[in-house]
Design a protein around this ligand. Structure first.
Ligand code: NCD
Length: 302
């Protein structure tokens, strides 16, 4: 039987999502008492550069006691013409139970999951999805406010090409947040509105009402210059600096999945802002990934 995979957040019910948040919180408070993935072999198959996500998964895998193999793309036989299905079969025959993968092609982890008998975790596919990033963002918001329901969350910038935004929209809506997407029409098309998601061009108008402001990097590697605004225009309308921080309500927090570009989507003022939660996001990432590995391999503990 094929194992359960996490390819995007719509693979989880809201109940399961909340379960993972609770479990990650418990892991943060106290390391798991036993090696939850003892004897389970996990392969990290990353075809795109990654600092945070790769390291975070590797640490999480070790903390739950898995046997970890890193397979850099240059060393896999996919480059020699082996099909993905045959690579999946080969890894499964060696006893690999979990593949964590990142790939520039949207949908790659879905193709892999179709031919792999174990569990696939999507660590980012093209501009499509990045479910563990969205879970760690949800955990950061939930830790801050004690709930997600009813919170007002703005996602600012290159929403169109952002897998982080796409997965966050699913998770935030599922747990009852109000989501506002903010940016120019080329990066935030009107068609993204609907189902509890609002689109606006005017960041300054909405800032005072927001509980959470999530800034996004412009995904130059996934787009053509035709849709990119001039950096001057972008900064004027969407870059967050001292003035925009001053417009936020006192309890609001600012998030960024990283890597952030100083001077583009934010200024250095954000890095010193009391509500800047970037470091918490990164540290929550390890606990979320431990909780996801445990949930997929061992199932739910009630
Ligand atoms: C993001 C990614 O790679 O999708 N980074 C991350 O995983 N923390 C966001 C980005 O590259 O802008």
């Amino acid at each position: 039987m094929r194992g359960r995979s996490l390819l995007d957040l719509d693979d989880l019910t809201s109940d399961e999502t909340t379960y993972i948040l609770h479990r990650a919180t418990a892991f943060a408070a106290r390391p798991p008492a036993r090696e939850l993935l003892r004897g389970v072999c996990v392969v990290n198959l990353f075809f795109e550069p990654s600092t945070r996500t790769y390291t975070s998964f590797s640490i999480a895998e070790q903390r739950v006691g898995a046997d970890v193999v890193a397979l850099p793309p240059g060393t896999s036989s996919l480059g020699k013409g082996e099909t993905l299905a045959d690579t999946a079969l080969t890894l499964a025959a060696m006893g690999v139970r979990v593949i964590v993968t990142r790939h520039p092609e949207s949908g790659f982890p879905y193709r892999l999951a179709d031919s792999f008998s174990g569990h696939v975790i999507n660590a980012g596919d093209g501009s499509h999805a990045h479910p563990t990033q969205a879970l760690l963002d949800l955990l950061t918001i939930w830790t801050e406010f004690g709930r997600i329901e009813g919170l007002r969350v703005a996602l600012v910038g290159d929403v169109l090409h952002s897998r982080v935004a796409r997965s966050n929209i699913i998770g935030l809506r599922r747990l009852g947040a109000d989501v506002t997407l903010v940016g120019p029409p080329t990066l935030v098309p009107d068609t993204m509105a609907g189902g509890g998601v609002t689109v606006t061009r005017d960041l300054d108008a909405i800032l005072p009402a927001m509980d959470v402001v999530m800034l996004l990097r412009i995904q130059r590697e996934r787009t053509t210059s035709a849709v990119l605004p001039s950096l001057g225009d972008y900064a004027r309308n969407y870059r967050v600096g001292a003035e925009r921080l001053a417009a936020l309500n006192a309890r609001a927090i600012v998030l960024h999945p990283g890597p952030y570009n100083r001077g583009v989507e934010l200024t250095e003022d954000v890095l010193g802002f009391a509500g800047w939660r970037y470091a918490q996001q990164v540290s929550h990432g390890v606990f979320i990934r431990m909780a996801v590995l445990d949930f997929l391999v061992n199932g739910r503990v009630t």
